[in-house]
Design a protein around this ligand. Structure first.
Ligand code: G3H
Length: 530
């Protein structure tokens, strides 16, 4: 594959680098004078290929990591902290202050998203806007939750005032493919519910958070949001090993989630909110509308180069239509435009992990050795920072690409004659997030849907898989997730029901009345937030 280098236009050019020389702990942006790591983009700024230096970040150690933990623990202050005991309206005001400032940083964040992870301009803008919307939706949902609990219940002579309370200290770790959205989809609900947090950005997609550090600092009480930089093994491991983390919130892979979880000395105490790997299949039935199925499979398998946990990572196509499907699908893949993220109409963009092209090449070589072919003409064409999506056919269970979550540009196609084949393989697989089902005849679809909903957590009828809209539950079975995220479910996942109960008698009822009238408690309150 040849790409012609085109001069980078002004608003997208890197004119200065970001030296992130501080980290946020205990409300202070602490200046770091120790070791730093360079942050490179795999996108070249020059005609002769060379990664572009974007900036530097602190390489913090165990001591700094534990100081962030101390700050989060002391902000929670055994449940007495300002944040966990704050009135709902006041907590919302802090969140609103944050999001208002965040909105002013859109341009900077979007530019860094493109350079750091190679996401194209429309998708980078969408990631930012969707995150802002997520924060507003979270605020609204939390208000509704608060309204629903602004009351007393009475059962068997016991009055109860039931709300959802925070869990404590949350360690948040996000992924590189949605370094803003997915991380904030953990961090924001965790904060909203009154938890205190330590947040470590993903290994790629780090600098784009720099423009938001001051907003974190001035919107929340000190120690409520702590942001640290460095290698997971060096800084997340000691935090978990310490035992004072109450919730591990991680979007990434099950290997790191298991390793971190195993460090915690009291596994029964640790709650987990995890979004993990997936290998979502598409199943194309003989009566499927092929144009529709092909378009959706293109979007599902190639958007952001397949680097989405919801990407279609294997296509099961019925043998009656597979030849036609392969021909038209391959042509469409070859027609996708590769280029730098800000270029018009670009669908395929540089891969942010320098070793990804060779990993994908390894999957291709292995499949070819075991009998598959690349069926599109550009498949496997390589440049310094890219490998063009190869459509591989026919794929069998013995091939690595059948088993491994490729998380990149390679598309395995498996022919089937009996629907039991994909169903059995899905049941045997380690993953269980979503499926895309293409077909029309309800007599075939009905029993299939009834089975598939028990194997995954979302059956997408005649469309590719996706997380959104964020009002819907996002979860998975087996190695794909722990807990459920959606705007509403995330607030539940980061909280626990807790309540005040009292026997229904004059003595207690007078006290309750006094508590309400005096407005002395932030928890016992029937105030209705409009
Ligand atoms: O990487 C996993 C993301 O949650 C996928 O979200 O379906 O909106 O791309 P998306």
């Amino acid at each position: 594959m040849t790409t012609s280098f085109s001069e980078i236009q002004e608003p997208f050019k890197i004119t200065s680098i970001v030296n992130q020389n501080s980290y946020l702990v205990g409300g202070e942006l602490k200046i770091w004078r120790g070791d730093t790591s360079n942050v490179y983009s795999t996108i070249s700024s020059t005609k002769d290929y060379k990664p572009t230096l974007l900036g530097t970040i602190p390489t913090l150690g165990k001591k700094e990591a534990l100081s962030a933990l101390d700050a989060a623990v002391s902000a929670y202050n055994k449940g007495q902290g300002l944040w966990p005991t704050m009135k709902v309206v006041d907590r919302i005001a802090c969140m609103e202050k944050f999001v208002e400032q965040m909105k002013t940083k859109r341009e900077e964040v979007v530019k860094l998203l493109m350079w750091e992870i190679g996401k194209n301009l429309p998708d980078s803008e969408k990631e930012f806007d969707r995150t802002v919307e997520y924060i507003y939706d979270t605020i609204e949902d939390y208000k509704q939750m608060d309204r629903n609990s602004a009351k007393f219940e009475k059962n068997s002579g016991v009055n109860a005032h039931i709300r959802r309370g925070p869990l404590g200290v949350v360690l948040c770790l996000g992924p590189y493919n949605y370094p803003l959205n997915e991380t904030f989809a953990l961090l924001i609900p965790a904060l909203m519910m009154g938890n205190t947090t330590i947040f470590k950005p993903a290994k790629i997609g780090v600098l784009l958070l720099s423009p938001l550090l001051e907003a974190f600092q001035n919107s929340f009480p000190k120690g409520v949001v702590n942001v640290i930089y460095g290698r997971g093994r060096t800084i997340a491991t000691p935090i978990m090993r310490d035992g004072r983390v109450d919730v591990l919130a991680l979007i990434g892979n099950s290997k790191s989630a298991n390793a971190l979880q195993n460090e915690h000395p009291k596994s029964n105490r640790l709650r987990m909110v995890l979004g993990l790997e997936a290998k979502n299949p598409a199943i194309v039935l003989p009566d499927a509308d092929l144009d529709l199925a092909i378009n959706e499979c293109i979007a599902g398998s190639t958007s952001f180069n397949g680097q989405r946990c919801t990407a279609l990572k294997v296509l099961y196509v019925h043998e009656v239509v597979v030849e036609e499907f392969n021909k038209r699908f391959s042509e469409k893949v070859d027609a996708l435009k590769f280029g730098n993220p800000w270029e018009d109409g670009v669908k395929l963009t540089p891969l942010p992990e320098p070793d990804k092209p060779s990993y994908i090449q390894g999957l291709i070589d292995d499949a070819i050795e075991k009998g598959a072919k690349i069926i599109n003409s550009k498949g496997g064409d390589t440049t310094e920072n890219y490998i063009f999506p190869a459509v591989l056919y026919p794929i069998t269970k013995e091939m690595r690409v059948y088993e491994e979550e490729q998380f990149g540009p390679v598309i395995p196609v498996i022919p089937f004659s009996d629907i039991e084949e994909p169903l059995d393989e899905m049941a045997d697989s380690n993953y269980g997030q979503q499926v895309s089902l293409f077909g029309k005849d309800v007599k075939t679809l009905a029993p299939l849907i009834d089975t598939l909903v028990n194997l995954v957590c979302r059956v997408n009828l005649n469309s590719s898989c996706q997380r959104g809209p964020d009002a819907y539950p996002f979860t998975g079975r087996k190695d794909s997730a722990v807990a459920t995220l959606s705007v509403h479910d995330a607030l539940r996942s980061f909280s626990i029901r807790t309540f005040v109960a009292s026997k229904d008698n004059d003595y207690n009822n007078a006290i309750l009345k006094d508590l309400l009238d005096s407005r002395a408690s932030n928890f016992v309150s029937t105030d209705y937030i409009l």
